[in-house]
Design a protein around this ligand. Sequence first.
Ligand code: PGA
Length: 249
Amino acid sequence: MARKPIIAGNWKMNNTASEGVKLIEELKPLVEGASCDVAVCVPAIDIPAIAQAVQGSNIRLGAQNVHFAEKGAFTGEISAKMLQEYGVDYVIIGHSERRQYFGETDETVNKRVLAALSAGLTPIVCVGETLSEREAGKTEQTLSRELSEGLRNVPDLEKLVIAYEPIWAIGTGRTASPEQANETIGSIRETLGKLFCPRCAENVRIQYGGSMNAGNCKALMAQPEIDGGLIGGASLKAPDFAAIVRFDK
Ligand code: PGA
């Protein structure tokens, strides 16, 4: 089975609802008929407006986090069911910014992944090493810990998207080279083959993320292991994001 590429924007804490709607209106005609899956992961408060704005288009809606409990006393959090009611399809889980600034751990990543899956959402699970881990030769060790603990008890690997985001490449303008990204994603697939099954690992989509832009997307997407991108900065401008979505043109 050929894996269908998926290009997802991660707006992070950018765009008010009205700014987001403007961006979507600009984006829609530019990405219409794209051959890959397209999604935008938006701030939670933008979701109602963006859900409406993307209606009838090929742009799917994503969130940037989800709580693991069904409901209850978790001030400030948002449940899978709340996302679902607005037609959210994807949810980013375990982004390095959440791990770094908001105390996200492999254990809480795992709980969120399981909650999202059981609600029918597609988690985009982020993994990646820091610069010092890479320099110390610990990349594989970090990734395999994040994968084995973060994906514990996942019933169906193919229902996930994995995003490999080397932390040193996020927002820094410093991208992993296409070969480097391909090699690391290949080793992620190998680890997943051992944790799950070789066929599931072959089928699961693994994105690259970290300073991917209109200029470098073609070379990254040409690599056989790379099935898409999770795009931060470059997803905030419609022409830039559309150029990535149209990497094959
Ligand atoms: P960037 O962010 O494209 O701005 O590097 C990617 C991400 O953090 O998902």
